[in-house]
Design a protein around this ligand. Structure first.
Ligand SMILES: Cc1cc2nc3c(=O)[nH]c(=O)nc-3n(C[C@H](O)[C@H](O)[C@H](O)COP(=O)(O)OP(=O)(O)OC[C@H]3O[C@@H](n4cnc5c(N)ncnc54)[C@H](O)[C@@H]3O)c2cc1C
Length: 371
């Protein structure tokens, strides 16, 4: 395999494959490296995303397992249901979704290298050292630009202090796929139980013949207890508690967008850059959006032959002066405000903030096509 590339993208999750796809489509030589044998096989996720992503990212019907037009919020004793004339969410399986996105990037010209783990990045020589996990041999790649899309624990931070810092607080989530052929669940449910889980929520939504359930919250509040929390909550739902679990995942979720998203020859996208909605913990949409912004900047950089930090700052500016950052900052403020309010006044607020957010999103999702 060629060892010098225009762009090397590390990580074939939704963000990495989106970036690789756009850059390869523009005609630049692009290598997409993934540590697993098949993209998405072990990626932790519930798999619920906004319906508008289907059109925005041209997702095929085959990978959409359910279209969901009903959303139910449970806030202690109160409940609110939203029913929309058109779908609000879709559910997907990550091993199908990620595989589709990676293969699409490959069909548009990116070289997809699976089972290869990036071990080290040398910013001075613009060299990435990887391990071929099958042959146990090391291989080095050089490129004019590197895009890190390797999740929360990104190599970009370790090697050049770009992306999500390794020592900052994170959220954690677990999700289970329950086998339920013929079930009649049709709503995406968000359950706030601010006594058992003051700073997070449980979720349930349909996904073909399965039902996805899970829970997420800040690591410092749920560490070591999160599995039991889900067990206890499932015990309160007789229709779910005895269903066999066919797949379970758990993983870290970034807490905020990183301060430094680029450096000389480097950009961080998706979880590696901390892109998530702080209210829902969803990161797929913002991860793919960040990848599009980074890919646009990469194409300009390759056309101009400029890979210095000053030029790549265009990416950070596009993020930080665009709608992504202002909405994330606003949601982050709401989450922190509700946490402070609870700590000072002992009154749970997160669920109510989420309800206000849902009221807004319900209307927005009817018309939203992109941000
Ligand atoms: C339990 C749970 C439930 C969630 N549910 C949802 C949800 O329903 N909806 C939603 O929008 N978001 C959800 N999220 C968040 C979502 O999963 C992430 O935000 C999203 O996957 C980020 O995409 P990404 O491409 O940036 O990173 P990832 O999906 O993490 O992809 C990174 C890729 O890089 C690869 N990689 C990592 N290190 C290396 C390396 N050194 N060398 C080579 N390859 C490497 C990994 O194998 C992986 O394929 C959930 C998260 C958790 C933990």
């Amino acid at each position: 395999m060629e060892e010098n590339w225009d762009v090397v993208v590390v990580g074939a999750g939704p963000a990495g494959s989106t970036a690789a796809n756009e850059i390869a489509k523009a005609g630049f030589s692009t290598l997409l490296i993934e540590r697993d044998k098949s993209p998405g096989r072990f990626n932790s996720c519930g798999g619920g995303i906004g319906y508008f992503l289907k059109e925005l990212f041209d997702l095929p019907e085959e990978i959409v397992l359910a279209e969901i037009s009903k959303v139910k919020l449970e806030l202690g004793d109160a409940e609110k249901t939203y029913v929309s004339p058109k779908p609000l969410y879709i559910s997907i399986l990550r091993y199908q979704f990620d595989k589709f996105l990676a293969e699409r990037a490959a069909s548009n010209g990116a070289a997809l290298l699976l089972n290869t783990k990036a071990l080290d990045y040398d910013p001075l020589h613009k060299t990435l050292t990887c391990l071929n996990r099958e042959t146990r041999t090391r291989v080095r790649f050089t490129a004019r630009l590197f895009i890190f899309a390797d999740g929360c624990r990104t190599l970009a931070w370790k090697c050049c202090k770009v992306g999500l810092p390794a020592d900052k607080p994170l959220l954690i989530g677990i999700a289970r796929e329950l086998t339920a052929p013929g079930h009649d669940m049709d709503a995406y449910e968000f359950i706030f139980d601010e006594i058992k889980l003051p700073y997070g929520y449980f979720w349930v939504f349909p996904k073909g013949d399965t039902i996805n359930v899970g829970v997420g919250g800040p690591v410092r509040h749920v560490r070591g207890r999160i599995d039991q929390m889900l067990e206890d909550w499932l015990a309160t739902r007789p229709e779910l508690r005895d269903l066999p679990c066919e797949h379970r995942t758990s993983g870290l979720i970034p807490g905020y967008i990183a301060d430094k998203l680029h450096g000389a020859g480097v950009m961080a996208v998706g979880d590696a850059g901390g892109f998530l909605n702080p209210l829902t913990g969803g990161g797929i949409f913002l991860g793919m959006k960040s990848a599009q912004l980074a890919a646009g900047t990469a194409i300009e950089a390759l056309s101009a032959g400029r890979f210095d930090s000053h030029f790549l700052a265009r990416y950070t500016h596009r993020v930080k002066f665009g709608p992504i950052y202002s909405s994330v900052k606003f949601f982050d403020f709401l989450v922190k405000w509700s946490q402070n309010y609870r700590e000072k006044k002992g009154k749970p607020m997160l669920g109510y903030v989420f309800r206000a957010y849902s009221d807004m999103m319900f209307h927005l999702l009817q018309v939203i096509k992109d941000i």
